[in-house]
Design a protein around this ligand. Structure first.
Ligand code: PLP
Length: 376
């Protein structure tokens, strides 16, 4: 059996090596390392794929969130509602800009921000909502957009884990996640569903003037060369990374299918187990399985993590400490938030290997070892 990894990027690369290598060599030959043609090509390709007017490439998914918040003109002390059960980047940029993070619960079924909790957290200082499409499943964007509209709030979708996912509105229309709120952001970190071979990120919007501000902020606030109208930063996608992404974008839907097939395998292996809950699939969205995350009840989660490691199976706890309990947020009153569902999930979740190259032998070996431990 091929060794099992959380994410098998070597095996994935082997299948596209010819095309990736030749695109990289084209960049080397052109020496256009900064803002070369592959960067604008990629922005066009991704905007077509997502069905959105503007894609602004940037250096990573964390910068994408920061630039989004800067472009909306949020001021220190403004409140931003976000889940605590997420990767730290989402919440960190709120604090970095001296905004006030307001942590709310996630729905333990979808792992995504709970719409009813958002409404309760709104105050006169609230300016924005940042839902995270965690593990590859969309938050309930129809409910979130309705709340945002009612209270005149901005919505920034952190789509780092769900690129390619669809959201189905109650009128039957479909939109890609990340294209529903005012701004969407994503990351091309190598292990993401659409990953490059280093760091990368992008920002999406349909709004022309917002797109203009986002572009300026990502480029030193520059309106024309050496004229700087806004305080910005320097955040670019490397031409070499764009060249990789142009190749990989063509396979994104196939990659999603492969992840969904692996998830189907796991789902049936653990079906109806009294102590294991498999990922819920919301009827309103297409789960793209960035992670395959179980909830365990009455099973020693950390014991399973170790047992799997002893059997050469990696597994991960995403995430062992929710944002509101991170020391980083002490000065923002993190500990005053009482988030029982978030704490409950934090103690029970475990993510199994999930990537595009898992084969049947690996999947059945992983499942059998999980069940062996669960049934002990
Ligand atoms: C990966 C990730 C980010 C940050 O992306 P980087 O490219 O590593 O900066 C932000 N939010 C979520 C939910 C992520 O998973």
């Amino acid at each position: 059996m091929h060794p099992i990894q959380m994410v098998d990027l070597k095996k994935q690369y082997a299948k596209i090596k010819g095309e990736v290598d030749s695109s990289l060599h084209d960049v080397l030959d052109s020496a256009a390392f900064i803002n070369g043609k592959p960067v604008s090509d990629f922005a066009d390709n991704l905007s077509k794929y997502l069905g959105i007017k503007h894609v602004i490439p940037c250096a990573n998914g964390t910068d994408a969130l920061q630039i989004a918040m800067m472009a909306l003109g949020l001021q220190p002390g403004d409140e931003v509602i976000t889940p605590s059960f997420t990767y730290v980047a989402t919440t960190e940029v709120i604090a970095l800009l001296r905004l006030q993070p307001v942590f709310v619960e996630v729905d333990p079924k979808t792992f995504c921000i709970e719409a009813s909790a958002i409404e309760k957290a709104i105050t006169p200082k609230t300016r924005a909502i940042v839902p995270v499409h965690l593990y590859g499943q969309s938050a309930d964007m129809e409910a979130i957009q309705a709340i945002a509209k009612k209270h005149n709030l901005f919505v920034i979708e952190d789509n780092a884990q769900a690129i390619g996912s669809d959201f189905r509105f109650s009128d039957g229309s479909l939109k890609k996640t990340g294209t529903i709120g005012d701004i969407g952001t994503t990351s091309f970190f190598p292990s993401k569903n659409l990953g490059c071979y280093g760091d990368g990120g992008a920002i999406f919007t349909d709004d022309d003037s917002l797109a203009n501000r986002l572009r300026m902020i990502a480029n030193h606030g520059q309106s024309k060369r050496y004229y700087h109208d806004l305080v910005g930063c320097n955040s670019r996608l490397d031409t070499l990374q764009a060249a990789v992404l142009n190749v990989k974008l063509k396979s994104l839907d196939a990659y999603i299918d492969a992840r969904r097939k692996a998830a189907d395998f796991y789902d049936s292996a653990f079906a109806n187990h009294s102590k294991i809950s498999t990922p819920f699939r919301a009827s309103y969205s297409k789960h793209v399985f960035h992670q395959y995350t179980l909830i365990l009840e009455g099973i020693d989660r950390d014991g399973l993590n170790k047992f799997l490691a002893d059997n050469d199976i990696p597994s991960m706890i995403y995430y062992p400490v929710p944002a509101h309990r991170q020391q980083m947020f002490a000065e923002f009153g993190g500990s005053k938030f009482e988030l029982k569902k978030t704490d409950w999930l934090t103690e029970r979740v475990i993510s199994l290997p999930m990537h595009t190259e898992l084969d049947q032998d690996q999947l059945s070996y992983i499942s059998s070892k999980v069940l062996e431990f669960a049934n002990k």
